[in-house]
Design a protein around this ligand. Structure first.
Ligand code: FBP
Length: 548
């Protein structure tokens, strides 16, 4: 691998660990837990892994003597900065417990387990990837691990390699599957532990015990750097409105965090759109109003941040998508026989009149995305929908109308951007490098303590790393029942932006001023070397959420 100068210098960085993970580790058990909702149903579905206690790691003077253990690791779903450090944390953790322990990586995601595609991760390989972005050490994939035959195929290779524990590094869907797998292996008494690690740039895998998912910090800082650069360009030329869509399949955490970092003229928060039952036209009118008000002050420029999941939160669109999901799940076979050119008309005929009318009014590309492409978890692939263009076109049309009516005087020229993939494999910030390494290390301690069905957890993350609290949270604790593919399923509850939460409130308190004044902030690139206030600052979201 040809390395950049930064990569070489960064390889020497020693991620910080919580004090409790530095010496010999003891697991202290807390109170029994229950799921966030639907307790009876979840308990019935997870008889072997429901109700387990919270785990907190503490240092101990007792001598520890652990047998060598073989561990498998899977990277699942979208890339997130820091995945390599989770793996190096697991590696260092199990080697510290016993130098003869081995780590195997399954190639290209959960599919590698089912297809018996793996490699041993030796010290030389691990050293090549420390503190680097990406998931390329073993690759990632979106195969959904949900069928018994997949669990059995996986067990075959785990048995062959004498693997006693499997770590699944993934988002809410992948950790839901980790929980189902843990329960299955426990029920079968296969002696294989399954541990999850909270990954996703989207930031929506969090709760009282999981403060943030890894990768969110680095991805938001990467996007904020470029949005800041665009804002400076925008304020220099003063002739464009920039419509910037930001990744984050469902929740608007990324858009909100970037807004807090860069102070744009506008930022749409999907959760607010839903709560206020806003239509597409309401959103367009709000943007057009800010454009017109700024134009009245002679400012024909600005920035609008748009979360990629927006369309799914507009209530009328949400109802349409829900009906489409159920319909397509029930009629997949028949739908696949319909000629591409007839699919749109076919769907319009089959939907209820209200949804058919909305579907018919959508631009061709958006309609096709909604009905055709689903990821393996059944999600609409929102990153492929060009919401930023849809909105700017509609704003342009509205402004033209207002111009004719004499309500608007100004020039409107738009530029479009989508920031998503460029942030998912950035070299992890110090926060993500430390957090991920600690998550991996904590996973090894959960394994050593015989735990299964747990997610590795590191809390108190706005304090210096030394004071972080490491432990484990039963995954069943995060579950509730939700409708998926037309059926009720146990899944980890997604954390959306809370409108009564401190980050949204901080944004809402400032947004009218940001709309009219040009008070952009230019955060600049992530810094890896330098003063701690520049290099180690956690996200604004975490700082506001954790502020006591
Ligand atoms: P995960 O939830 O698997 O971490 O993926 C997050 C994400 O980056 C979303 O923000 C985005 O909508 C999606 O992945 C894109 O998926 P793909 O990489 O398959 O295009």
């Amino acid at each position: 691998m040809t390395k950049s100068a930064l990569q070489i210098a960064r390889a020497a960085y020693q991620p910080k660990l919580p004090k409790a993970l530095k010496g010999t580790v003891k697991a202290a058990e807390g109170a029994a837990t229950q799921s966030v909702a639907n307790q009876e149903e979840i308990k019935k579905l997870f008889p072997n892994t429901y109700g387990m206690p919270l785990i907190k790691f503490e240092t101990t003077d007792e001598a520890a003597n652990f047998p060598a253990m073989n561990v498998g690791v899977i990277l699942s779903g979208g890339q997130a900065p820091g995945g390599h450090n989770v793996i190096s944390g697991i590696f260092d953790g199990i080697k510290k417990l016993n130098k003869d322990s081995k780590l195997y990586g399954f190639i290209l995601g959960p599919g590698g387990l089912v297809d018996h595609n793996y490699m041993e991760l030796t010290a030389d390989i691990i050293d090549e990837y420390r503190n680097t972005g990406g998931f390329d050490i073993i690759g990632s994939g979106r195969t959904k691990l949900e069928k018994e035959e997949q669990f059995e195929k996986g067990y075959e290779i785990l048995k062959e390699l004498n693997i006693k524990a499997l770590v699944i590094i993934g988002g809410d869907d992948s950790n839901t599957n980790a929980c189902v797998l843990a329960e299955y292996y426990a029920a079968k008494k296969y002696g294989v532990q399954v541990i999850g690690c909270p990954k996703t740039i989207d930031g929506d895998l969090k709760n009282d015990m999981i403060e943030t998912s890894f990768g969110f910090d680095t991805a938001c800082k990467t996007y904020s750097e470029v949005i800041g650069n665009i804002q400076r360009d925008c304020n220099s030329a003063r002739k464009y409105w920039h419509f910037i869509k930001l990744m984050g399949r469902s929740a608007s955490h990324i858009a909100l965090e970037c807004a807090l970092q860069v102070q744009p003229n506008m930022c749409i928060i999907s959760e607010e759109v839903e709560a206020k039952d806003m239509s597409l036209d309401d959103i367009v009118t709000n943007i057009a109003r800010v454009v017109a008000d700024r134009a009245a002050q002679g400012n024909n420029f600005g920035t609008v941040l748009i979360p990629e999941g927006l369309v799914e939160f507009i209530p009328a669109m949400k109802r349409l998508i829900a009906e489409l999901n159920d319909f397509l799940a029930a009629n997949a076979e028949e739908f696949s026989q319909i000629k591409k050119s007839h699919q749109r008309d076919y769907i319009i005929r089959k939907l209820s009149p209200e949804n058919a009318a909305i579907y018919a009014s959508l631009p061709e590309g958006v309609a096709r995305q909604l009905s055709l492409d689903r990821d393996p978890h059944g999600n609409v692939q929102v990153s492929l929908i060009e919401t930023e263009k849809l909105l700017s076109e509609m704003v342009g049309t509205k402004l033209a109308q207002w111009k004719e009516e004499g309500k608007y005087v100004g020039k409107f020229a738009a530029q479009h951007h989508f920031f998503g993939y460029e942030g998912r494999c950035a070299a992890p910030s110090n926060f993500d490098a430390d957090y991920c390494y600690s998550l991996g290390y904590a996973a090894s301690a959960l394994i050593a303590n015989g735990k299964t069905g747990y997610m590795s957890s590191v809390r108190n993350t706005t304090a210096p790393a030394d004071e972080w609290i490491a432990g484990g949270v039963p995954i069943t604790m995060m579950m509730n029942m939700e409708r998926r593919h037309g059926e009720m399923k146990p899944v980890i509850q997604k954390a959306l932006v809370k409108l009564d939460g401190a980050p949204f409130k901080a944004f809402a308190a400032q947004r009218e001023r940001w709309a009219m004044e040009t008070d952009y902030v230019y955060p600049g690139p992530i810094q890896y070397f330098g003063p701690t206030e520049v290099c180690d600052e956690p996200t604004k979201t975490l700082q506001l959420e954790q502020a006591k």
